[in-house]
Design a protein around this ligand. Structure first.
Ligand SMILES: [Zn+2]
Length: 223
């Protein structure tokens, strides 16, 4: 009788406890797919691939990995569109302001913005991370992510390592939360471009970004 009473009590209460933990205490990560809609970003030199499409694919894969890892994911866009913003006619600025509002409302432990790079010298390749120089935790996040990217992606196949750099970007400075932009590779470089348009490489890239987020957040939790 006693055992079954305990069992019934657990069965009644535990679902609520689990629900409370999974809904309210999951760490929030914002995943931003750069560009979108009329703003396609840069274009693959050989394939014509649009940066905005590649960013969205990698961002969604990153979000899936994060959700599997128990994080709550907030995306700044779900499809190929630009946001509008009341009172702001400049489309790019309106889109940025809306993304900034989404980040600030989410109060994330980390924000990752996914982009692809382009450079006049086609020899330049590899992935590089950017942060706001006024944000110590942004810098810390960027350094952790750059280290993971250097060992998992940039050192593979004859690439070069990078150092994370500061950049003046609205999405990096619009909130107090640790925020980075990852330029995932150069659509101006034949090797990077061939990799970035491939589904298996996109998954590998997204998983590498996931590892960087997990590393940064577990460093933070231990501190
Ligand atoms: Zn971009």
């Amino acid at each position: 009788m006693l055992l079954s009473a305990v069992f019934v009590a657990l069965a009644l209460t535990s679902p609520f406890i689990i629900a409370a933990v999974s809904n309210d205490e999951r760490t929030v990560v914002v995943v931003d797919a750069g560009h979108g809609g009329a703003d396609g970003g840069v274009t693959g030199a050989r394939t014509g691939a649009k940066e905005s499409d590649l960013n969205l694919r990698v961002a969604k894969l990153l979000g899936e990995y994060l959700k599997s890892g128990g994080y709550k994911v907030v995306y700044t866009r779900h499809n190929d569109t630009m946001h509008t913003y009341a009172g702001v006619s400049n489309r790019k600025r309106a889109d940025m302001f809306k993304r900034g509002d989404i980040i600030n409302a989410a109060k994330p432990a980390a924000m990752v913005s996914v982009h692809m790079n382009f450079y006049s010298a086609s020899s330049r390749r590899g992935a590089q991370v950017f942060f706001d120089r006024k944000s110590d935790r942004g810098r810390e996040f960027a350094n952790v992510m750059q280290d993971v990217i250097n060992s998992e992606l940039n050192s593979v196949g004859g690439g070069r390592k990078y150092t994370a750099l500061s950049a003046e970007k609205y999405l990096l400075s619009c909130s107090p939360y640790p925020s980075i932009i990852v330029e995932c590779g150069f659509l101006s470089n034949p090797i990077d471009e061939a990799n970035l348009v491939r589904a298996d490489y996109q998954a590998k890239l997204a998983y590498t970004l996931y590892l960087g987020v997990v590393q940064f957040l577990s460093d933070n939790a231990a501190a």
